[in-house]
Design a protein around this ligand. Structure first.
Ligand code: NDP
Length: 321
């Protein structure tokens, strides 16, 4: 496993990071979740990403329980704040000072930890003054409850404004967490160039397009049993926009490219996002431990320029830019 710096900070994280959206506390039972966490640790993954809102708080509880007894200094724990957990009162959403302060306390309680390494704004809040949000994050850092601050799905303008205020408040935003995969490349035009100027790196979600880029969904065929596309608890709904025939057909054209490189398609997908030097980590999910073992083998793989061009040609018009 290779470790990369998070933005311009001194924090190193595993370039393949394990995320538990839709799985822990929902799609998979606790024993499978624990087995996935064990497999991640054994594979050299030290960085774990969750959020307060995942499975209404249960994802943080499951992750915290699975990591009980691990050496805290050897882990990087990332969580997020923005969305409400369960029934929402008027102050349970967004990035107000109140919600951030309640949010970090709730996350630490569920994770059974004294601090998180990275506390992230899950989205931009258009209804709270940015100054209030940044000042609250500064206070969270000063209190020692989070060591670093990141954001998720902020655009270039929001990153610039947030970073300027953060510097005034005495800290830096170190990371942004956007969707990025060979199929979804929206951040390439503005977010990555702005981030490079600002000392912000990306930790990217759904690098495998929720499993679609593993090639396991064949056009015109039923989805494999136990896969996200059959998960009635939520997964099926989230993956549905990627399950269209033209996308699945284009993805199958990646198989010979992966074969040529001696890689599984899942590994090709992860290695593809890690080619970009503004990406600190691919945030990979897994519903079973074997997937983690397979996925971490993508670490350190360089895809030659010729195959990068072949990937572009194979996916063609289905790529969202
Ligand atoms: P991926 O694109 O990595 O998809 C993971 C899913 O793909 C797994 O749960 C599994 O689903 C399937 N899979 C994994 N490995 C393999 C394999 N080797 N072969 C075949 N199928 C495989 O990422 P996710 O969509 O899960 O997102 C990853 C993380 O990103 C989240 O856990 C979360 O931490 C973060 N995230 C952040 C968001 C944000 O707004 N900031 C939004 C979404 C995610 P199955 O077996 O069930 O088919």
């Amino acid at each position: 496993m290779d470790y990369r710096f998070l933005g311009a900070s001194g924090l190193k994280i595993s370039e393949i990071t394990y995320g538990n959206w839709l799985t822990h506390g929902s799609q998979v039972e606790s024993d499978t979740a624990t087995a996935c966490v064990r497999a991640a640790l054994e594979s050299g993954i030290s960085t774990f990403d969750t959020a307060d809102a995942y499975a209404n708080g249960a994802a943080e509880e499951v992750l915290g329980a699975a990591l009980t007894g691990e050496r805290r200094e050897s882990l990087e724990i990332f969580t997020k704040v923005y969305w409400p957990i369960g029934p929402a009162g008027p102050n349970d959403t967004g990035l107000s000072r109140k919600h951030i302060m309640e949010g970090i306390n709730g996350s630490l309680r569920r994770l059974q930890m004294d601090y998180v390494d990275l506390y992230q704004a899950h989205r931009y809040d258009h209804h709270t003054p940015l100054e209030e949000t940044i000042q609250a994050f500064a206070d969270v850092v000063r209190s020692g409850k989070a060591l670093y601050i990141g954001v998720s799905e902020w655009n270039a303008e929001q990153l610039r404004a947030g970073q300027a205020l953060a510097k005034q408040a005495g800290f830096s935003i170190v990371s942004n967490q956007p969707q990025y995969s060979a199929l979804w490349r929206v951040i390439e035009v503005e977010v990555i160039p702005a981030s490079k100027e600002l000392g912000i790196s990306q930790i990217v979600w759904s690098p495998m397009a929720q499993g679609v880029l593993s090639g396991k969904y064949q056009p015109g065929q039923p989805a494999p049993e136990g896969s996200r596309a059959t998960d009635e608890k939520g997964g099926k709904n989230f993956i549905s926009r990627l399950m269209e025939e033209p996308v699945l057909t284009a993805v199958q054209r990646l198989r010979p490219i992966a074969d040529e490189l001696g890689l599984k398609m899942s590994q090709l997908a992860i290695a593809w996002v890690l080619q970009n030097d503004n990406i600190s980590a691919a945030l990979v999910g897994a519903s079973r431990p074997e997937q983690i073992t397979e996925n971490v083998a993508a670490g350190g793989v360089r895809i030659p320029a010729e195959q990068m061009a072949e990937i572009d040609a194979a996916l063609g018009a289905v790529v969202v830019r």
